[in-house]
Design a protein around this ligand. Sequence first.
Ligand SMILES: Nc1ncnc2c1ncn2[C@@H]1O[C@H](COP(=O)(O)OP(=O)(O)OP(=O)(O)O)[C@@H](O)[C@H]1O
Ligand SMILES: [Mg+2]
Length: 554
Amino acid sequence: MPPNRKPYKGKEERLVVSVDIGTTFTAASWCILVPGQIPKFESIVRWPDQFEGSAKVPSVVYYDESRKPRAFGARNIAEPTTEAEHRWLKLEWWKLVLRPAHLLPEFVFPELPQGITVDKIFADFLSYIKECLQKYMQDAVAGDKWGKLSLSLTLILTTPRCWLSEQQERMRVAAINSGLVESPQQVRFVSEAEAAVLYAADTGRIREWLKASGLFGLLCLSGTIDISSYQVISAVPLQLEELTPAHCYVAGSVLINESARKYIEERLLINQLGADDADDPSEINSQFEAKKCHFKDPNKVMMLQVAGHITTNLDITRGRLEIPGTKIAEFFDISLDAIIKGMKSVISESRAQVNKVILVGGLASNIYVFSRIQKWAKDAGVIVIKPDGGNMKVVAEGALAWHLDSSVASRIAKYHYGTKTAIRFDSTNPDMEGRKVYFNPTGDCVVNGGWAGIGMKIRSKKEFGGWHHRECTDDEEVDKFEFPIYAFTGTSPPLFIKKKGQRQLNPHFIHICTIKCNLQECYDQAKYRKSPTGRKYKIIEVSPMIHFPTSYFS
Ligand SMILES: Nc1ncnc2c1ncn2[C@@H]1O[C@H](COP(=O)(O)OP(=O)(O)OP(=O)(O)O)[C@@H](O)[C@H]1O
Ligand SMILES: [Mg+2]
C-alpha cells in the first residue's frame, strides 16, 4: 500500500468490488472499508475449475440451444459428456463486440449467434462473477460480510481507454441485470490503463518516475492495446495528469491467435488433412495458445500435434505440424507494428517529452514481445519497464486504488468535440470548391458545415464549452435552435464535417447528440444590427456546454 492511503473515514463498513472484464480473462477484487482502518485489497485467487493461485478466469460463456448460459470460465467441456453438451455454444472474445464502431479490429470478427446479444453475455457473465465472489468471500471472510454488505456495494468496472459513454451505459445496465448491483449509481468506471498505473504506483516500483513534473507513457498489451501518457503533478499525494490523447488498437493477443488459427487451417488443407484425420481444431488452437506464451526465438520451430501419426510430404511429421519460428514472429509482428506506431504517436504528440514507458498486460510478459519493444525503445532513446511482474490482478486492484484515491486529476478528452458552423468562403482553399456558398445576414460570403471545436484538455467533472455567435434574422425559428454535437476520433479534424455534396460524415466523425434550445427570449432582447446591404439582423451569443461525468474520462 502506498504511504498516502489514509484510514477509512466513513462511519459504517462498506464493500467495494472491482471487476476487470478482459477480452480473454477476467479478474475480480474487493475491499471492505472498515471505519478507522487502512483499506486492504483482496482478489479472487482461486476460480472454479482452476488451480489455486490463478487470479483470472477465462471470459468464456457456454450457451445451450435455448440461449441459456450453461457453463462459464475454465469449465472444460472440450470433451462434452452428454448429448446436450455437444450442442452448447462456446462464446469468447465477446467483449470486443461492444467496442465503439470506429475501433476496427485488424481481423474479421465472428458474429454472435442469433438470440444472443453482447449485452446479455455481459449480464450473464457478471452474474457468474457475482456467484463466484459470494462463494469466495463466504468461504474466506468471517462474519458473512457478503450477506451484510453486498446489497449496497460499489462496483468498479474497467474498460479500454477509448470506450465511450455508450459502452459504459450498456455495461452499467448489464451490471444491474446481473443482480450484482441494484441501481445505476452503484457503478463507476475507470480505464484499464489508469488502474494499471495506480497499481504500479502501489508496488513502489515506479517511485523513481513519480516525481513532480515527471512524464511517462503506459502500454497496456492484452487482448487490445491501449497507449496513454501521464505527467506527475504531485508525488504526495499522487496526482497525475493525462498528457496526450489515448491510442487504442484491437490488435493485441487475439489478433495473434487469429492469424495463427488461419495459418493452421490453411496448412491442414494444403496437407490434405480432412476433418476425420485432423484433431479437434479448438484443441489445436489451445496448444498454440499455450506454446505462444513461451515464444521467444524466431529461429526455433513450433510443433503442434494435429493428427494421429500421419506424415505428409509437406510440414506434418508423425502427426505434428511444424510452424517455422519466423512465421510465429510474423503473427506477433502485426501486434508489434500497432504498438510501435502508437508509441511513436504518443512520443510525437508529447513533443518527445515521453521517454519512459511502463508495460502491463498479458502480452507484455512475452519474452519476444518485450525484447522487440526494448530494441525499438533503445533506438528511440526510451526506457521501458514491466513493473507488474506478470501479476494478473493489476487492473482489478488498481481500480480499487482509483476509487479510493482518485489520483488522476485531469484527463484529456478522448476525442475532439465540436459543433457545426458557417465558415467564411475562401476561393483559394480547394476544400471549399464545389460547396454551396451563400451570404449570411451580415453580408459575408460563407459555406455551411464547417467544424467548430470545443476544446481538448478538460478537468473531469467540469463542463466545457466555447462561445459561438450566430447572426439571425426575424424569419429564423430561434425557438427551435439546434446544435449538433460531433466527436472527431482522428488526430486533427478537417475543415468540414461532411463530405462535399453528400450527407455522409467525413471519416472519424461521430454524431453524438443534438442540443435543442429555445433562444426566443435572447433574440427578443438583442439589438437589431444592419448589414452593409441594409438587411436587419441580430447576433445571439451561445455557448453549448458539454458536461462529462468523471467516468467518461476514465
Ligand atoms: N507470455 C505470453 N506471451 C504471449 N501472450 C500472452 C502471454 N501471457 C499472456 N498472453 C496473452 O495475453 C492475454 C491475456 O492478457 P490479459 O489478461 O492482460 O488480457 P485481457 O484482460 O483478457 O484483455 P483486455 O484487457 O485487452 O480486454 C491472453 O490472450 C494471453 O494469450
Ligand atoms: Mg485486461
